[in-house]
Design a binder for this molecule. Sequence first.
Ligand SMILES: Nc1ncnc2c1ncn2[C@@H]1O[C@H](COP(=O)(O)OP(=O)(O)O)[C@@H](O)[C@H]1O
Ligand SMILES: [Mg+2]
Length: 379
Amino acid sequence: MAEILRVENLSVALRDGTEIVREVDFTLRAGEVFALVGESGSGKSVTALALMRLLPAALRITGGAVHLQETELLSLPEAQMQRVRGRRMAMIFQEPMTALNPVMRVGAQIAEVLKLHLGLKGRALRQRVIALLDEVGIPDPHIRMDWYPHQLSGGQRQRVMIAMALACEPEVLIADEPTTALDVTIQAQILQQLKRLQQRHGMAILFITHDMGVVAEIADRVAVMYQGQIVEQADTRYFLTAPKHPYTQRLISNALPQKALKPAPKNQPLLQAKNVRVWFAQRKGLLQRTIGHTKAVDGVDLTIRPGETVALVGESGSGKSTLGMAILRLLALTEGQLLFDETVDLATLSERQLRPLAQGDSGDFSGSLFGAQPPYDHW
Ligand SMILES: Nc1ncnc2c1ncn2[C@@H]1O[C@H](COP(=O)(O)OP(=O)(O)O)[C@@H](O)[C@H]1O
Ligand SMILES: [Mg+2]
């Protein structure tokens, strides 16, 4: 595929000469996601900022070249570089609050980019802003465009940043840990969206991350930075299965969950939740008539074996805590079974019968579980 960006021997140093990024080489092709990975402090963000020529004053580029198609960026006069930034090459950052103007409505911030680079105005401008917000998944964009950044959730702010970066359909998008600050389900949605947008617009993405899960999900190729240098580059498949550099091997093996957790035990289930439902009645009026139900947990099956750690993951409000409380019988089940040791149905036991089970081996929990102060705070 066509080369869009070619970085050659890029070096960055502190004013005193200390090298921060050393002779970095890579190319981005149209339509690909190229991941730059490496531990914190390895020089990923400095590389990205150097490409945009947005380095902080303490740092300067000491050598190399950056070719965006036919244009060499490092030798461009600043006035011309300003026409590249946001137009041909755009960047999104980890924390959108640092990049968005807190006292300006989000729609107006996107509009500014469109006015500056594309000269849009009036109705066409407004329609383009709404279309962009819609494309990145902001609900009711014609309303939310008039909101300020602080009125949006973290995930929505990141979507606004993406909309702003995509406004002029840049050839290259640099995303510096764009989802690190978000919770996992929002992160997954935003990654999928980026991938879709990228395919639609055919741009090249330089995706900076330290998360191997994200690499596996989104990247076509990977480069690993270590102490300011790229130590390995490969297609994602080869990279994840047969890493060459010792640092990369460590990086990947540290990211694999079985290293961190105990091996999964093979025993019979200790606790089984079967088709668990916890619904809360919605009541209205003087007579408190039931007008509907909030289905906080709606048909969950879950098995936990002895010695096993099961992570329950989901965005805020998805029902994790309700399920936990139902398992501990701090909330009544609307439907379903909770089998302990394959035989005892917790849902039918009295509090007195439950007590010995709650003590068991898990000494930390005993006593407080069914005492006067339920441990709601832990959730
Ligand atoms: N403004 C700055 N002044 C001095 N040193 C900096 C500055 N920004 C980054 N550095 C240094 O450059 C190195 C690389 O940092 P960075 O690119 O932010 O790492 P990464 O993004 O991989 O976590 C670090 O040693 C960091 O301390
Ligand atoms: Mg960084």
